[in-house]
Design a protein around this ligand. Structure first.
Ligand SMILES: [Zn+2]
Length: 418
């Protein structure tokens, strides 16, 4: 297949619970009760023994429930692994049978998830330093493709300097990773020099683009009213700014208190696909992947709404607009907007809709294979070998060649990393 190019996973994570605030893993597990139990036991007894004891108790539950819990346990086990190297090795094992391969590893700034809590976790600088050392290791050098986490709130750091001192041939980072749902806008003026440099050098950017996943955990007021919140756009005259500002002000003036209590909902205001338009209108050639095609729920909702336009959405109207179709529009309107099938790959119904669409769309040239390892581990079909199999089965040989070989090569290649 596609001569000389390696099989590429464009989206995965190997940070561990040591790199995240104590409360992080708890938010990544969807079953609240279970998350709290596991969290408690991990804190009290150390991971492995605690998890073994859960496994024993599970004998008393139905096989179905038992499987759910086992998946959570696997997920937590990976998340609480000793090192990023351990996690990378775990993921690599799934790819060895595919011949030459490489895996994009997204470092992530997890340090501003809650302004009100302090946490003793390893900060982004340490997470990144560990990756630098792994990349220097002969064993991983060609397989590990690191992306650098950035956040406009990083203290005492010149963001452009942070980016250029890591994304270069010597240190070996390839691209930039952002996660707006942790509490900032992609059009934040503090990011402007970084986007300018990335666009000039063809450097790839990866951003999270679903309504779910993890999100800012503090109170609404801590970020939207007092705590450092600014709406300073790098492109105030962008065609999208009026509706973005309107959306924000509707949220701020929301009288239904339950909305502001539900972070998973109101944090949508940060990661909404519209928020990339001011950036892309200023830097039309910026190479950016809005990951997950908006997420399985939005994919399925768009199909349901096509059949019945009255289909209800599980969020207030002003946070609306379908993220899947919005991402397809951005991919159509801007030459270097990509998306990937990571995480969404674990949802069969969503994948049916996606493969049907992309069978007949030129946008397939900007779609990437990825899995979102190890965050997918909690899904029924979320283990890495299983996801690889789904991918190889759902797409034709020509499409696999694009998604896993040719497109990632175009996406990753820049003036910095040729
Ligand atoms: Zn991810």
């Amino acid at each position: 297949m596609s001569d000389h190019l390696p099989f590429s996973n464009a989206h995965s994570h190997i940070f561990t619970s040591q790199h995240a605030p104590d409360y992080f893993l708890r938010t990544a597990i969807k079953n609240d009760w279970l998350a709290r139990q596991i969290d408690k036991m991990v804190k009290k007894d150390g991971t492995r023994t605690a998890l073994k004891s859960v496994d024993w108790i599970l004998k008393f539950f139905s096989p179905n429930y038992r499987n759910t819990v086992r998946r959570y346990i696997e997920f937590v086990q990976i998340g609480t692994s000793a090192t990023q190297e351990d996690v990378f090795n775990m993921e690599s094992r799934a790819y060895m049978r595919l011949g030459d391969y490489r895996i994009v590893v997204l470092t992530q700034v997890l340090d501003y998830l809650d302004y009100n809590s302090t946490s003793n976790h390893k900060k982004i600088q340490t997470q990144v330093q560990e990756i630098i050392e792994l990349k220097r290791n002969e064993l991983y050098h060609d397989k590990l493709i690191p992306f650098l986490g950035i956040d406009p709130r990083m203290q005492g750091i010149d963001l452009l300097q942070w980016v250029t001192s890591h994304i270069n041939k010597d240190v070996g980072f390839y691209g930039i990773k952002i996660y707006p749902a942790y509490g900032f806008f992609p059009f934040d003026v503090r990011l402007d020099p970084v986007w300018k440099w990335a666009a000039e050098n063809d450097v790839p950017v990866m951003t999270h683009a679903t309504r779910g996943g993890s999100f800012y955990l503090g109170t609404f007021d801590s970020i939207m009213n007092q705590g450092g919140f600014r709406i300073q756009s790098l492109n105030p005259n962008s065609s999208a700014m009026p509706r973005i500002l309107n959306r924000i002000s509707q949220l701020v003036n929301e009288s239904d208190k339950s909305v502001k209590k539900n972070n998973e909902t109101w944090c949508n205001v940060f990661g909404h696909p519209d928020n990339y338009i001011p950036v892309l209108e200023k830097y039309p050639s910026l190479k950016i992947c809005l990951a997950h095609l908006g997420g399985a729920n939005e994919v399925k909702l768009s199909a349901a709404q096509q059949l019945n336009p009255a289909t209800k959405t599980p969020y207030p109207g002003y946070l609306g607009g379908n993220w899947y179709t919005a991402i397809l529009d951005l991919m159509t309107n801007f030459p270097n907007v990509y998306s990937d099938i990571s995480y969404t790959l674990s949802d069969k119904d969503a994948m049916n809709i996606i493969t049907t669409y992309f069978n007949n769309s030129p946008l397939i040239d900007k779609l990437l294979y990825g899995t979102d390892f190890y965050l997918t581990q909690q899904e029924t079909t979320g283990d890495e070998p299983g996801l690889i199999n789904i991918f190889l089965k759902d797409f034709s040989e020509a499409q696999i060649s694009k998604l896993a070989y040719v497109n990632p090569d175009n996406y990753l290649r820049s003036a910095i990393q040729v």
